[in-house]
Each structure stands twice: as structure tokens, then as C-alpha cells.
Design a binder for this molecule. Structure first.
Ligand SMILES: [Zn+2]
Length: 171
């Protein structure tokens, strides 16, 4: 009886854990959609040129909408919200290190392709395997596709096919 109860408890905890992971991964993909929208706004406003770095991606929408320079604290808040993978995370990123502390890696391909990006190249993805308990990462491609990359197989495959880009893989 106790064994059955223990097994049932483990099953329930496992299901809750799995649902939490699925929810968090979905939240992360919505975050990538927001960031892709920012990237689009940036290219529209800068004659097709992509944001130089992830901070430019995170801040372009707000400065575009408000039309004013944001205060340091406010921009820092938005950077933190946008560049954190987990829902409800309230950690603060120091502005100078925000690119490094970001949960995402962003790639500007202009050095290779100018403003004419090829489709289906990785544009942004989870920086750390720990973002999703080591199970995989979310990827956003140059043509706006977002998908779950189980065990980072797609990114590893891309890196192997294109060693010339020296792609930084999630750690
Ligand atoms: Zn994520």
C-alpha cells in the first residue's frame, strides 16, 4: 500500500515537473517572438541593418515607441525582463554586462551576408543548457521560426556543417 502511494506520488510530481518545463519552454518561445519583433522594428528603422548586439535588440522597441531616451534604471528593467528566459524572473542585469548575463545568444550575420540574411540560420537561442534543465534550448531562426531544439541537436548539426562561423553553442 505504501509502495503504491509512493509510486503515485512520484508519478504526480513527475507530471507536475514536466508540465512546468513545457510551460516555461512556451514562455521562452513567446519571449523570442517579442525579441524577433524588436529585431524587425530595428531593421525597418535602420534601412535593413540588424541590431549590432542583444542590448540594441532589447531596447529598440521602447525607444521607438516612446521616442525619448529612457532613464538608465528603466532601460535596465526592460533589458532584464526581455533577456531572461524564465517567467517571473526579477533579477537585475547590470547594463554593461547585460549581453553576457543575458539568457540568450544573439547573432548578427551582417559581417557574412550584409543585410540580405539567408533563411533558417540561428538568430537567437538559449545561452545555457540550465535554462531548461539541460533538456534542450529554444531557437529563433533568421526567418522567424521558433522551435524546441531537443538536446541542442539542430544547433550542433548547424555548427558542424558551418565551422567557418565558429558558432557559440549553449553551455
Ligand atoms: Zn529559454
Amino acid at each position: 500500500m505504501i509502495a503504491i502511494a509512493a509510486a503515485a506520488l512520484i508519478a504526480v510530481v513527475s507530471v507536475i515537473f514536466l508540465l512546468k518545463q513545457v510551460t516555461e519552454a512556451a514562455h521562452c518561445r513567446r519571449k523570442l517572438l517579442s525579441l524577433y519583433s524588436n529585431i524587425h522594428i530595428h531593421t525597418t528603422r535602420h534601412a535593413g541593418h540588424h541590431a549590432a548586439d542583444i542590448i540594441a535588440v532589447a531596447t529598440c522597441r521602447n525607444s521607438a515607441l516612446l521616442g525619448v531616451e529612457m532613464t538608465h534604471a528603466r532601460s535596465n528593467y526592460w533589458i532584464s525582463v526581455l533577456l531572461t528566459c524564465k517567467p517571473g524572473a526579477k533579477r537585475s542585469l547590470t547594463t554593461t554586462n547585460a549581453a553576457l548575463e543575458s539568457d540568450y545568444i544573439y547573432i548578427n550575420w551582417e559581417q557574412f551576408f550584409g543585410t540580405n540574411y539567408p533563411p533558417n540560420y540561428p538568430l537567437m537561442y538559449d545561452r545555457h543548457m540550465r535554462n531548461h534543465w539541460g533538456m534542450g534550448v529554444n531557437v529563433l531562426t533568421t526567418d522567424g521560426r521558433r522551435f524546441w531544439d531537443y538536446r541542442v541537436r539542430w544547433l550542433r548539426d548547424f555548427a558542424q556543417k558551418h565551422p567557418e562561423y565558429e558558432l557559440l553553442l549553449p553551455d
